[in-house]
Design a protein around this ligand. Structure first.
Ligand code: SAM
Ligand code: SF4
Length: 328
């Protein structure tokens, strides 16, 4: 079924990113402040049954793809059970997960068995000391073990997301390419977005995708490639190798005109855009006993609020939410 969710700019919404928690076991420098603890209280978390109702309504409206994210989704208890519940909902065809992989060794098999098909893993460095520095104390070996396990249980593709930061990890771009080549992972580069103080606090570290490509083309010949996923990444392939490289350019070349997604945060707020405040609260409606039809109408009403584009360049101070609280 084609999605019935069309926004005021003729874009069809067919993808929902679901933040199952705003908590995280890491504190990446560009995402969440060190020592941050001001999280949503558990009474305000949507329960798994409430999440299933909302996703069920999206499924009936034609949304087929769901990505579980956070914060760190694996810190919420029972995410594999939730996955099993969601993949059975009519209309939902594709369930994927974004994770920092710290707990992936333990959860890879249950997630795979539950029907999660694809994984995105954040990894910015292969140097344990630097990993500790960037993530506020994380242990790299756990992430590597998680990745190896995920590959062994059969996840494919596994995409690694690297936020390249000048003077921090920009000397590791080739090491990351080699690592991904060795393991058959796809490597994607993401430009830092000015979300919250953390996303803006080191403008001198910002690295554009053009600068990354310039490094890569010193060593490799790149040709256009394709990787399924429905997201905003542009893919290239290194000539003579299977590895795919993805480039995500929210800052230097925004892709708002093809935006096909909205985000549901752990407290039941639908966010229409990462880089804007337009939102719609579903939790009060759910807890007041709204009917299934009413819920679908509310979602349609919410989609009508979707703004044309983010203003990360024109108005970089605008978004005070951290990426982790919206559901990146
Ligand atoms: N914890 C999971 C993880 O790290 O993959 C899922 C949530 S995390 C918020 C999702 C993605 O957002 C990660 O790939 C992370 O690198 C990215 N991210 C966080 N803050 C960002 C920022 N300010 N600019 C660009 N990407 C950011
Ligand atoms: Fe946690 Fe992911 Fe944010 Fe890092 S990027 S602090 S792992 S939510």
């Amino acid at each position: 079924m084609k999605s019935q969710l069309n926004d005021p700019f003729n874009r069809t919404i067919e993808y929902l990113r679901l933040s199952v928690t705003d908590r995280c076991d890491l504190r990446c420098s560009y995402c969440m402040p060190k020592g941050f603890k001001d999280f949503e209280t558990p009474e305000n978390w949507l329960t798994f049954d409430e999440i299933s109702r909302v996703i069920g309504a999206f499924g009936e409206l034609g949304v087929k793809r769901i990505r579980l994210t956070g914060g760190e989704p694996l810190v919420r208890k029972g995410v594999a059970d939730l996955s099993k519940q969601l993949i059975q909902l009519p209309g939902i065809e594709d369930l994927s997960l974004s994770t920092n992989a710290v707990q992936l060794e333990r959860f890879a098999q249950p997630l795979f068995d539950a029907g999660v098909a694809r994984l995105n893993v954040s990894l910015d460095t292969l140097n344990p000391e630097k990993f500790k520095e960037i993530t506020g104390g994380g242990k790299l070996d756990k992430v590597i073990k998680g990745l190896i396990k995920a590959k062994a249980v059969g996840f494919k593709p596994i995409k690694l997301n690297m936020v390249a930061l000048k003077g921090i990890n920009d000397d590791e771009i080739f090491d990351m390419v080699d690592f991904c080549r060795e393991h058959g992972f796809t490597l994607r580069f993401i430009e830092t977005m000015p979300m919250g103080d953390t996303g803006r606090n080191s403008p001198d570290q910002f690295m554009s995708v053009d600068e990354i490509k310039a490094q890569l083309t010193e060593r490799y010949e790149l040709i256009p490639g394709f990787v399924p996923g429905g997201g905003p990444a542009n893919y290239m392939q290194i000539v003579g190798s299977d590895i795919k490289l993805g480039f995500i350019t929210p800052i230097t070349q925004h892709f708002c005109e093809t935006c096909n997604r909205v985000r549901l945060s752990v407290d039941g707020t639908l966010y229409m855009c990462l880089g804007q405040d337009h939102s719609f609260e579903l939790r009060p409606l759910l807890r007041q006993g709204i009917s299934d039809e009413g819920l679908k109408e509310a979602i349609i009403e919410a989609i009508a609020l979707k703004p044309l584009k983010h203003e990360f360049n024109e108005n970089p101070e605008k978004v005070v939410r951290f990426m982790s609280s919206t559901g990146g």
